[in-house]
Design a protein. Sequence first.
Length: 326
Amino acid sequence: MKEFNIWKKIAAGLLFLNIVFSAFHIQTISPTTGEGSLKANSMGFGPSIAVGPGSKLFNGGSLSLLANYDKRQMLSMVLQDKSGNLVVIDGGWDIDADHLTEVIEQKGGHVSAWFITHPHSDHAGALVQILNNPGRKITIDNIYYNLADQSWYDKVEPSRSNLVNNFRAAIATLPADRLHVVHKGDEIKIGQIKAKVLNDPYLLDVTSVNNSSVAYKFFLNNVSILVLGDMGPEAGALLLEQTSKEDLKSDIVQMSHHGQYGVNKDVYSVINPKIALWPCPLWLWNNDGGSGIGSGDWKTLETRQWMEELGVKLNYCIKDGDQIIY
């Protein structure tokens, strides 16, 4: 058994070195937009993309993948179009609310639409904190979400079901006409940002609330961004079975479940992204359980290998701080 563990650590180390060395090759991406093919050069891992002479990928807009407060995994994304319209996706833990609020204030302080993938604290906690402290200088027009009956959460994750009650109570502080339950096929337009809902929550008996994540496909300057939340292999299989390849194919993908034990490689293969967004801290990025790279039980190194094999050109990870794509 000791000999097996040694070989396991050696294999993990070789995989990590292969990924790191590949990051130092200049790579080119060509996301298709309505205005033709845009090209970008990067060193593989970085905070921004220069797109063409004097132009940007989002034509005056931006995508921000925000860093965590204390090295915990979480998901917080902000989209802004060239007219200033703001869309927030999830938001992170309650302790991430201050940083998220600062970013929103810097971008004008007015959120046109806030989308929630599923009611876990590392995704919806910041929104609950913000709504429960109305003294913050930001406003929110609309919140989009889909929850199961409370009895389902009480059954499948009783230790966390109170979090769902807290979420329900927090959003209830807003007028009812600002709250929107989304369903598969819904299309929402916010300024120059479009969103399409790809599924209703899958109510499964395994990693239940993670697998109940709603997947959203956003379009900003005709660049597609697929948000998977915390979907696991089971929800990923259903999404692949029940969603057209056209709807799944996206220029940018948020790595499901923080890049480990999310959807399987066949789902990412159909998505066929050029850019991957990794909402994970350094220890999870390296599968470091405390004894170095590869010493943990997470699947991040394997998922990173998948993305390399699928030809992903750029990886943005919150281990490096806020990641902003213009």
